[in-house]
Ligand binder design. Structure first.
Ligand code: ADP
Ligand code: MG
Length: 734
């Protein structure tokens, strides 16, 4: 962000400033919050912690909810047994320890009509929050306790410190507070009000053309920004929200669409002939019929790679939907056209796994070669791995450079400077969410001297709801494998909690092993640190070998093991020489061992829905019935319970993704690095489908075919500002 421009906020007071016209979001984002009264260095730091650095950030620090004081009941009318909101002042607070060690905080509140007490169990911090004189809104069920009205563990919103409460309107905005940073809702309300006041001389700009506003029936931006913070009715708040949601989604769509059009206008790829002897041979050799979805995805790819416009496609398919074959189809088109294909995986283990899978599928596969007697040679598949010796690596690099290697599998090591392809024309990236956007760009640009861009296929097993796909991957075309190969069985999933259930689970695991099957045991994810996770896996392995799985052949796999050991563990498990494999989440994606039928996930409450679904996808891949046990720690949070329940109820990745979106909100959909600066502060991809669609339609109408927003300079400026804020590399890359 550029440093604050002192003149801008002061503009409200300087007479000449009005000539400058209303404030744009770019300008609001250039004014630091410490220009506001009451925001000193300390508050500035605290606000930065919640993502608020500029006046723009503050104005879009939207209320988390509202307390409607028009529907609140006076205490005298609070009927026992009813659920209601009471707004009152804290009169007295006390706290004591109960038998058994629990802490009880009692708070006495009063309004003009009477008194009520609120009691909180095990929430000692309430004593600090609910100090005498504060005005609070309590929501809960009114009980009768020894003849007095009482609420137990009500929902609490602190509205002010008494002095502020009479000033607040009928509907009070409640902002997310930060206990740690010391930010309370009425401070935020005051700063927002001050910012609005000081913006009022110049006003806030609205870049939307009138025809668009009336077409989607949205109010103007200045009113929306005022009403979202201080609505006088629920309807007013809803109208404000609609406009601001539309704004957020439209900005995203405009960025994605202009990037896409610019890309299409500038990038030159390589046209392929998709039909041919090689591809036909491959399809003839397949041991099974393709699913309809696989066929459709391959047809999409055929169409893409046959033009000079580089493919930019997302292949989305639930675990086990058969993405590998589709990827291989794309890679083989490159080979058929005398170019090379590369498959890039997020980890070494997965790269090796892909290599093994492709090697099996391509066993004995010949490609035409006029230079040879008989006219064919074996297809050359190579692995560029961290575990190969320097000499092996050199040899592979030469084969890659001369074009002798047809298909190369590797990790992001494939992106290194030293890797030069003879003629790379198709790139498949597995599990895109682990690669940054700029790495993706690097792979597409690297490797070729003639600046032609290879075709790109991104595979993901994380099902993304349609609305999210439109927003997050708006710059990609999408093929969906929405059909599993025949014969797949549901993986019976249960949430396991408590020592008894855990014990009986281990005995079921032993039974499965006895009947010849194999099991995965996934260890708790402790931190982001691979070494700590590795240690926890080692400890768990030792514990199980000595206890629940004593006498079985139990292997260990984690990211910190030397590559050769990892490979050996995988190979032994694959060959059935291990009964169980204790692993970290390195087994999350891609590993395919049909005889493994049991998946145990320890501390499953610490994993997200998508990750658990991925893990579960490692079983249920063969003809045997499979099961998945999600073992939770003692006291999972309510949302963790909802996640575990969702997984036991559904095996459908898309359904789970929708559920996940509901439970989790939007923030995490985007690249982690952008967290705190999320694109969508208000819009919900789960709820605002109609607005996603509207924003998309609007973007198409606003952007001319050449990707320019020339007809709408104010909007163009906003999109530029937004894109550079969202991704600092943006300007350099486009
Ligand atoms: P994923 O989409 O999870 O990567 P894979 O490509 O690993 O799925 O395929 C999962 C399993 O299904 C593999 O064992 C693969 O051989 C098998 N498979 C793929 N396509 C078909 C099909 N059309 N019919 C039957 N089995 C298939
Ligand atoms: Mg796979």
């Amino acid at each position: 962000m550029s440093p604050p421009q002192p003149s801008q906020l002061a503009a409200g007071r300087s007479p000449g400033a009005a000539a400058k016209g209303p404030l744009t979001l770019r300008e609001l984002d250039a004014i630091s919050v410490d220009r506001l009264n009451g925001v000193g260095p300390q508050r500035r730091k605290a606000l930065a912690e919640v993502g608020v650095e500029s006046v723009f950030d503050l104005l879009t620090y939207y209320p988390r909810r509202y307390v409607d004081r028009t529907s609140q009941a006076p205490i005298s009318e609070a009927a026992v047994g009813a659920e209601m909101t009471v707004v009152a002042d804290v009169h007295a607070v006390s706290s004591r320890r109960l038998r058994g060690g629990r802490r009880l905080v009692s708070v006495e509140v009063t309004d003009a009509t009477g008194a009520l007490s609120a009691v909180f169990f095990n929430q000692a911090w309430r004593e600090r929050q609910l100090t005498e004189g504060r005005t609070v809104a309590l929501f809960g069920k009114v009980e009768n306790y020894r003849g007095r009205k009482q609420m137990t563990n009500p929902v609490v919103d602190v509205l002010g410190d008494g002095s502020t409460s009479d000033r607040t309107g009928k509907i009070v905005a409640i902002y997310a507070q930060s206990e740690a940073a010391g930010i309370v809702t009425w401070d935020v309300a005051n700063w927002v009000a001050e910012a609005q006041r000081r913006c009022s001389a110049r006003g806030i700009a609205d870049p939307l053309p009138d025809w668009l506003r009336s077409r989607f029936d949205v109010i103007d931006r200045p009113s929306a920004l005022a009403d979202i913070h201080g609505p006088s009715s629920a309807a007013e708040q809803a109208a404000a929200r609609d406009r601001l949601v539309f704004d957020e989604l439209l900005r995203v769509q405009l960025v994605l669409r202009s990037q896409r059009l610019a890309r299409e206008a500038n990038e030159l790829g390589i046209a392929h002939e998709p039909a041919g002897a090689l591809i036909e041979g491959f399809h003839r050799l397949l041991p099974y019929e393709l699913t309809g979805a696989q066929r459709r995805a391959m047809a999409d790819i055929d169409a893409d790679v046959s033009t000079v416009r580089p493919m930019h496609r997302l292949l989305q398919g639930d675990v086990g939907s058969g993405k590998t074959l589709v990827a291989l189809h794309a890679l083989l088109i490159a080979v058929q056209n005398r170019h090379q294909g590369a498959l890039m995986a997020p980890t070494e283990v997965l790269a090796e796994q892909h290599f093994i899978a492709l090697r099996a599928l391509l066993d004995g596969f010949e490609v035409p070669d006029e230079a040879r007697l008989g006219g064919t040679r074996p297809l050359r598949l190579r692995l560029l791995s961290g575990s190969s010796s320097a000499a092996q690596r050199r040899e592979v690099l030469v084969e890659i450079a001369t074009g002798a290697a047809d298909i190369v599998v590797g990790t992001h090591a494939l992106l290194e400077e030293s890797v030069k392809f003879g003629s790379l024309s198709v790139v498949v990236v597995d599990e895109q969410h682990r690669f940054g956007v700029s790495q993706r760009a690097q792979l597409r640009e690297g490797g070729r001297d003639d600046r032609r861009i290879p075709h790109l296929l991104v595979m993901t097993a994380t099902p993304i709801p349609r609305t999210a796909a439109m927003t997050v991957y708006g710059d990609l075309d999408v093929s969906v494998l929405d059909e599993l190969p025949p014969g797949r069985k549901r993986v019976a999933t249960q949430w396991v909690h408590g020592p008894l259930a855990t014990e009986s689970m281990w005995s079921e695991v032993r039974d499965e092993v006895e009947s010849g099957r194999q099991a995965y045991v996934v260890c708790p994810l402790i931190t982001e640190s691979e070494s700590l996770d590795a240690r926890s896996a080692e400890r768990m392995h030792a514990e199980l070998v000595a206890g629940a799985l004593a006498g079985l052949r139990v292997g260990l796999l984690h990211g910190r093991m030397p590559p050769a050991d990892k490979e050996r563990a995988m190979a032994r498990f694959r060959a059935g020489k291990l009964d169980a494999l204790v692993a970290t989440t390195v087994i999350e994606v891609g590993i395919d061992i049909p005889n493994a039928t049991v998946m145990v996930v320890l501390s499953a409450d610490r994993f997200g829905i998508a990750q658990l679904h991925q893990l579960r996808g490692r079983v249920g891949r063969g003809s045997h019935a499979s099961s998945c046990y999600l073992v939770s720690d003692d006291d999972p949070t309510p949302t963790a319970v909802q996640r575990l329940t969702a997984l036991s109820e559904s095996n459908d990745g898309f359904e789970l993704a929708e559920r996940d979106l509901e439970l989790r909100g939007e923030g995490t959909l985007f690249d982690e690095r952008q967290s705190g600066r999320s694109d969508l502060k208000l819009a919900s991809l789960a709820r605002d489908l109609a607005w996603v669609q509207a924003a998309r339609d609007a973007a198409i109408d606003l952007i001319a075919a050449d990707g320019d927003l020339d007809a709408h300079p104010a909007l163009a400026d906003e999109v530029d500002w937004f894109a550079s804020r969202r991704d600092p590399d943006y300007l350099q890359r486009s």
